[in-house]
Design a protein around this ligand. Structure first.
Ligand code: FMN
Length: 395
C-alpha cells in the first residue's frame, strides 16, 4: 500500500482515492467484498429505499454509444434501485465493516418526501456501522413522478429540507450526491451545504435518450417497444463531471467525491486537479471488472513519484486558478497549426477539407506535400484533431 495515495474526506481515511460508486457493481455484500479484496478503498452501496418503494427492474436496461473505433464511449441505463430490503443492507454494511474494518462503507439511501422515510433509513444505516451516508438526490429516472431522485435534486428547497432532516438524526458524515441535470449546480450545492451537508458527490448520470430504432421507431433501450429517458455515464460524460466538480470547488471547501467517466488513472488526477478529494467509479467497472483497480493504482503511484508529490492530495484544486471566464483569456496568445510529422501524412486530405469548410482555408497540398499557410491559420486546432496520424500540432 503506497502511503502517498492515502486520502481522506470528513476525517475518514481512505487507503487510496478509489471508491466504487453506488450502482450494479455494489449490488450485493459479496460483490462489494470481492472488490475490496482486490484493492478498492471503499464502496457506496447500491441505493436502498424504504421497502414499500422498491420496484422490480426492467429488461433490458442498458444501451451503449460506440465510437468509430468500436469502443464503448457512452453508456445509458434505466436501472432502478436495489431490490433488496433495508434489512439486507443493514446486515451487509455491518458484516462488511467487520470483515474489512479499514475500508470505507458508505450507505446510499433514497426515499420519498416523507421525513420519517429518510430519517428511519439514515438511523438504521448509521446503527449498522456505515462510515457515511450518501443521499441519492440525483437519479434521473427512478420514480420522478413520486418526487424522488433528481426530482428532489433539481429543487434547492427540497434538497436542503431532506439534507436537514437526515442531519437531525445522524452523527456520521452526510454526502449529497448531486445531479448535473440542473441549470446551476452551485445553487443546489450551496443550499445543501447551508442545510448541513458534510460532503458532495458529483455527478450522477446525465439524463439522456440513447437512440431510436429507425425501422420500428422504438426508443432504446426498448422494453417491450417503449423506453424512458435514462442516465448517461462512461467516458463520454467525463467533461460534464469535471465541469461540475470544478464549479463546486469554486464555491466551497467541503470535500468533493469526483464521479463521471473515470477509466484511467489520468482521469483521477484530473478530478483531483479540479477539486476532488477522492473519486467514485461505476461504468468502467461494469465494462471491465473490479480488477481495473490494479492499473489505476499503479498509474497513480508512478505519477506521484514522477511529480515528487508527498501525497496525491497536494494537487487537489491545482487547476482551479486556471479556470477563468472566457473573456479573461488572453486574446493575444497566438498559436498556429504546424506540420510536425510530415512523414506520417498519407495525403488523406481530411485536414484540407475541414480547414477549407470550417476553418480559414490555410492548408495546402503541393506535390502531395502538406503546408500550412501561417498567414491564414488562426490556430483554431480543428485540423490537429481530425488528422488520424498526428501530422499536425499547434505551435
Ligand atoms: C447501471 C447503473 C446503475 C446505477 N445505479 C445507481 C444507484 O443506484 N445510485 C446512485 O446513486 N447512482 C447510480 N448510478 C450512477 C453511478 O453511481 C455514477 O454516478 C454514474 O454512473 C457516473 O459515473 P461513471 O461514469 O463512472 O459510471 C448508476 C449508474 C449505472 C450505469
Amino acid at each position: 500500500m503506497n502511503k502517498k495515495l492515502q486520502t481522506s474526506f470528513c476525517g475518514i481515511q481512505l487507503e487510496n482515492p478509489c471508491i466504487l460508486s453506488s450502482a450494479s457493481p455494489t449490488q450485493s455484500k459479496e460483490s462489494i467484498a470481492k472488490a475490496l479484496k482486490l484493492g478498492w478503498a471503499g464502496a457506496v452501496t447500491k441505493t436502498c429505499a424504504p421497502d414499500n418503494l422498491l420496484t422490480a427492474d426492467v429488461a433490458n436496461r442498458f444501451a451503449v454509444l460506440r465510437g468509430s473505433d468500436g469502443e464503448i464511449a457512452g453508456f445509458e441505463n434505466i436501472e432502478g434501485l436495489t431490490q433488496k430490503p433495508a434489512t439486507y443492507w443493514e446486515n451487509a454494511v455491518c458484516e462488511l465493516k467487520q470483515e474489512f474494518p479499514a475500508k470505507v462503507i458508505i450507505a446510499s439511501i433514497m426515499a420519498d418526501s416523507a421525513r420519517e422515510s429518510w430519517q428511519s433509513l439514515a438511523r438504521r444505516m448509521e446503527a449498522a456501522g456505515a462510515d457515511a451516508l450518501e443521499l441519492n438526490l440525483s437519479c434521473p429516472h427512478f420514480r420522478l413522478s413520486d418526487n424522488m431522485g433528481a426530482a428532489i435534486g433539481k429543487s434547492e428547497d427540497r434538497s436542503a429540507t431532506i439534507t436537514a432532516w437526515v442531519k437531525e438524526v445522524v452523527k456520521i458524515p452526510v454526502i449529497i450526491k448531486l445531479t448535473p441535470n440542473v441549470n446551476n449546480i452551485q445553487d443546489v450545492a450551496a443550499a445543501v451545504i447551508k442545510a448541513g451537508a458534510d460532503a458532495l458527490a458529483a455527478i450522477n448520470t446525465v439524463q439522456s435518450l440513447m437512440g431510436v430504432d429507425i425501422d420500428t421507431f422504438e426508443p432504446l433501450p426498448a422494453v417491450n417497444g417503449c423506453s424512458a429517458f435514462g442516465g448517461y455515464s462512461g467516458s463520454a460524460v467525463k467533461p460534464i463531471g469535471l465541469r461540475c466538480v470544478a464549479q463546486l470547488a469554486q464555491i466551497t471547501d467541503v470535500p468533493i467525491h469526483g464521479i463521471g467517466g473515470i477509466e484511467k488513472w489520468q482521469d483521477i488526477v484530473e478530478y483531483f486537479a479540479v477539486g476532488a478529494s477522492c473519486v467514485q467509479i461505476c461504468t468502467a467497472v461494469m465494462l471491465n471488472g473490479y480488477q481495473i483497480i490494479t492499473p489505476l493504482l499503479q498509474g497513480l503511484e508512478e505519477y506521484v513519484e514522477r511529480k515528487e508529490l508527498r501525497s496525491l492530495q497536494e494537487i487537489t484544486g491545482a487547476a482551479l486558478p486556471k479556470i477563468v471566464a472566457r473573456e479573461e483569456l488572453n486574446m493575444q496568445w497566438s498559436r498556429q497549426s504546424t506540420v510536425v510529422a510530415p512523414e506520417k501524412c498519407t495525403n488523406c486530405a481530411k485536414c484540407l477539407l475541414v480547414c477549407s469548410e470550417s476553418g480559414k482555408a490555410a492548408i495546402r497540398f503541393l506535390n502531395k506535400k502538406i503546408y500550412v499557410d501561417q498567414n491564414l491559420c488562426d490556430g483554431c486546432s480543428l485540423c490537429t484533431h481530425v488528422c488520424p496520424h498526428g501530422v499536425l500540432a499547434l505551435r
